[in-house]
Design a protein. Structure first.
Length: 148
């Protein structure tokens, strides 16, 4: 092979690598309210006959304290907060300037009255309602394992 071809391939690879480092990373599954960002609402797959599922997600870039006060989705009849701050309704405080998580080993969102089993790699529409941030249309991802 001619050395010119190798230099050209090396230059292209270097430019592609440099461009990848220079561009901001795009993150899938991000949703925005007026005052915060919601990242990756997800749950694990369920077995037939399951009546509830734990939903995890992260809130950050919070510019004003807010509360998650409602969740609606076609896969369940209702929702509640479970875990450390359990309550029979959706009412979850999101402080300003902090990264806050709903996760299965802490405080989490539980969808109740599942209408059918949730299968891996499926995505379902979900509506999140915030006290100050308003209504956010999001997608609930059904994953094999936890990411947070």
């Amino acid at each position: 092979m001619h050395p010119f071809i190798h230099r050209r391939a090396a230059l292209r690879a270097g430019l592609a690598f440099g461009a990848a480092l220079a561009l901001p990373q795009a993150r899938a599954c991000e949703y925005f309210a007026d005052n915060l960002r919601i990242t990756h609402p997800w749950c694990t797959a369920t077995r037939p006959g399951a009546t509830s599922v734990i939903v995890s997600m992260m809130f950050d870039q919070v510019t004003r304290p807010d509360r998650l006060v409602g969740v609606k989705t076609m896969v369940a009849e209702g929702a509640e907060i479970g875990g450390q701050l359990a309550r029979p309704e959706v009412d979850f405080a999101i402080p300003e300037g902090a990264e806050t998580h709903l996760v299965e080993h802490g405080t989490y969102l539980r969808l109740t009255g599942l209408k059918f089993p949730l299968e891996v790699a499926r995505t379902f529409p979900m509506v999140l309602t915030f006290e100050h941030g308003g209504v956010v249309q999001a997608n609930l991802n059904v994953d094999l394992q936890r990411f947070m």
